[in-house]
Design a protein around this ligand. Structure first.
Ligand code: MG
Length: 375
């Protein structure tokens, strides 16, 4: 084929492909130049946990969240900010941030890149607050297009992974009971980092033989202890380790990763896209969470950058409703592992959406992030 014919052929193929995609999109979705305006509302909501949840640093029975709605042309997108204490945000700080967001000034909801960059520039940190707007906008845009985000991104939703179910630190008998309740999960995550690491694993192993992951949440103080423990954990069927030591100890993590028989993932050390440059070489991979990284748009970029740097990717969560968990699940077909069990740990979920069936994430076919409000 000569150059001009090839050029014509490529143009024709592109036009056919574009028209077949856009023919399925309602025409009103692109009419964004009129008088329609986006409107945002939000309210505090307190998640009640099924069990007291203990990690290396603290215990808690509730998690504060803020639920967000962005309405445009009669269609509503849902978002959520979840604030575990260690990120330093509260319902008050999130709502104070959201009051500063004038969503009505953005004329085109499809302009996610500009809108979200502008909102990010309003303040440092406030990552959960920013994530709540990001999720609501993605839900809205998906609904305007009439497609779920896994389709928009081009992911096969049947490739969504199994999710871990998390067993918090507790006494041996309680850990055995919690493990029994986790029947059906194909992989479990065990919190470590206090003074009973071996007892925790042995209590879980007394009940089940499924693969495990371990998360000391920066709780290990000594790199030699960490290396010995990781060798023992590998013998116990653990497949990766999250954040063994304090987040600023890059050199010690590099030492550990070089010698570890298991992948070492940066969680507290890696919050946003720019952090990948800092953790590259010190860790085998990263843990992405919407509440750390400001939402779906940056999470998508983090997966791409981590992959380009040959790093593993795990998608994690906070204690969240099915709103934020469903949003995260649309990216899950692209990650190595998922820990998206936050909605299973609470008694008062405010949404239905992505579910866990026989341990695997199952995404709904609804547009946007695929959630429906309860009540
Ligand atoms: Mg972690």
């Amino acid at each position: 084929m000569n150059k001009s014919r090839r050029s014509f052929f490529q143009r024709t193929v592109s036009l056919v492909a574009a028209s077949s995609i856009f023919s399925s999109i309602p025409s009103f979705a692109f009419n964004t130049q009129g008088t329609k305006k986006m409107k945002m509302t939000f309210r505090p909501y307190t998640l009640e946990l099924k069990h007291v949840f203990t990690v290396a640093s603290l215990s808690r029975t509730t998690t504060p969240v803020v639920l967000v709605e962005i309405e445009y042309d009669g269609i509503v997108g849902y978002g959520e900010a979840s604030m575990p204490p260690y990120l330093g945000e509260s319902q008050e700080s999130v709502m104070a941030f959201l009051k500063r967001v004038d969503i009505s000034k953005y004329g085109n909801p499809f302009d996610l890149e500009s809108i979200l960059a502008d909102i990010d520039s309003l303040a440092f940190h406030n990552t959960a607050a920013k994530a709540s707007v990001d999720i609501a906008l993605h839900d809205l845009v998906g609904k305007l297009i009439g497609q779920p985000w896994y389709n928009i991104w081009g992911y096969d939703k049947t490739k969504a992974p199994n999710t871990t179910f998390t067993i918090g630190i507790d006494k041996a008998n309680v850990v055995r009971e919690k493990t029994k309740e986790a029947v059906g999960f194909k992989i479990l995550k065990v919190k470590l980092g206090k003074d009973n690491d071996r007892e925790m694993i042995e209590s879980v192993r007394a009940v089940t033989n499924v693969p495990l992951t371990a998360d000391p949440n920066q709780g290990w103080k000594d790199k030699f202890y960490a290396l010995d423990m990781i060798h023992w954990l590998k013998e116990q069927g653990v497949v990766y380790i999250e954040q063994p030591m304090a987040k600023e100890r890059y050199d010690d993590h590099a030492w550990l990763t070089e010698r570890s028989p298991l992948p070492i993932l940066a969680d507290e050390s890696c919050q946003r896209l720019a952090d990948i440059a800092s953790v590259k070489g010190a860790y085998s991979g990263i843990v992405i969470k919407l509440m750390k990284c400001t939402g779906m748009r940056e999470a998508h970029k983090m997966i791409t950058l981590a992959r380009a740097n040959n790093m593993k990717v795990m998608f994690g969560c906070m204690t969240e409703t099915s709103c934020a968990i469903s949003a995260a699940s649309h990216l899950s077909p692209m990650v190595d592992w998922a820990d998206l069990d936050g909605m299973l740990l609470i008694k008062n979920d405010a949404f239905t959406g992505t579910i866990v069936k026989e341990g695997k994430l199952v995404l709904s076919d609804e547009p946007g992030i695929g959630v429906k409000k309860i009540g």
